[in-house]
Design a binder for this molecule. Structure first.
Ligand code: PMV
Length: 322
């Protein structure tokens, strides 16, 4: 038996950080993500391979469970895989290849895509057909266990796909938008630490409650207006709102010189809205390019790891090949 699964990564279009403080955000699932292939074995071995980090390990099933203890200090991408495997019991072993086809640690939700795609494949092998709600819930529990405080954005986007508005109660609703968003992603190839950045914003909020509170309120209005701009197809407004959101993210201290360089480079070549995406401190920017996308892509690619980003509407998917 062979099972193939895919889960997309995501970008945050509006509302990172403020979402942690119960303000709405908008995220887009992207056409880059994680492919998992699971092949059954006749013995009790679980062989896990993660090509992108040159990882290969064989572990044994004991009484149908994996003989594995998580080292909570290391916080490796493989922790997510083993936490998922640990949720189930298996009659027989399997080979699992987790092929990460996206930037790692760059704010694009790679760890969530790993958890969600692995959950889908491994749960089918264990005899369960989990619905999307359960997958998103379990993947988020794993994310909180390994990473600490986390909104449900990454795990929800990997599970459900599409363009999603996350409200102040973390309720999700799909935004009706039937075009592809012309977006480019560039990566400065320095990793930000999400946990530390979220904490630094919390400290700043505690120190300057009125100012940072007002910034969060402005971010809230940006996400609300952006939803309408997306539904109306108002490109100019989408661009303006992205640029304003970038300024506010800078104000709360999560921007960096490298991210700023990329943001302004994108605008120089014609992007009408560009901002960091995710936690900041490194990682990626997104550039909104309703016009001249090819030229802007060519220019950004000369300096940075860059890709044109298409949205993924499906979310997690699996195929069983006997
Ligand atoms: O960098 P990422 O993809 O982990 O995004 C973090 C987004 C934050 O709003 C900063 C945190 C969160 O959990 O929502």
């Amino acid at each position: 038996m062979k099972i193939k699964a895919f889960a997309p990564g995501k970008i945050i279009l509006f509302g990172e950080h403020s979402v942690v403080h119960k303000k709405p955000a908008i995220a887009v699932a992207i056409n880059r993500g994680v492919n998992v292939e699971l092949e059954s074995r006749e013995d009790n071995i679980v062989h896990v391979v993660v090509p992108v980090i040159d990882y290969s390990a064989e572990l044994e099933l004991v009484d149908k469970k994996l003989n594995f203890k998580l080292d909570s200090q290391k916080k490796m991408i493989t922790d997510y895989i083993y936490e998922v495997i640990n949720l189930f019991e298996f009659e027989k072993g399997f080979n699992l290849t987790v092929d990460i086809k996206m930037y790692l640690g760059a704010g694009l939700g790679s760890s969530a895509a790993v958890s969600v795609s692995t959950l889908k494949a491994v749960s089918i092998y264990a005899g369960f057909d989990l619905d999307k709600k359960t997958i998103a819930h379990k993947a988020r529990e794993i994310e909180i266990k390994i990473q600490g405080a986390a909104s449900p954005i990454d795990t929800s986007m990997s599970t459900y796909g599409g363009i999603i508005f996350i409200d102040e109660n973390f309720e999700l609703s799909r935004i009706n938008f039937d075009m592809q968003l012309p977006l480019i992603v560039s990566n400065c190839e320095i990793s930000g630490n999400t946990g530390k950045l979220v904490e630094s914003v919390r400290v700043k909020y505690e120190k300057y409650p009125k100012i940072v509170g007002n910034i969060f309120t402005a971010m809230e209005q940006i996400s609300i207006d952006a939803r309408k701009a997306l539904e109306d197809g108002d490109s100019e407004k989408i661009g303006h709102l992205m640029n304003m959101n970038q300024g506010l993210l800078d104000a709360i201290g999560v921007n960096t010189i490298e991210l700023s360089d990329m943001v302004y480079e994108a605008r120089k070549y014609g992007s009408i809205g560009s901002k960091l995406t995710g936690s900041g401190g490194g990682g990626c920017i997104i550039a909104y390019c309703p016009e001249n996308i090819d030229e802007i892509y060519t220019q950004l690619s000369k300096k940075y790891a860059t890709f044109k980003c298409e949205q993924s509407d499906e979310g997690v998917q699996a195929e069983i090949i006997d």
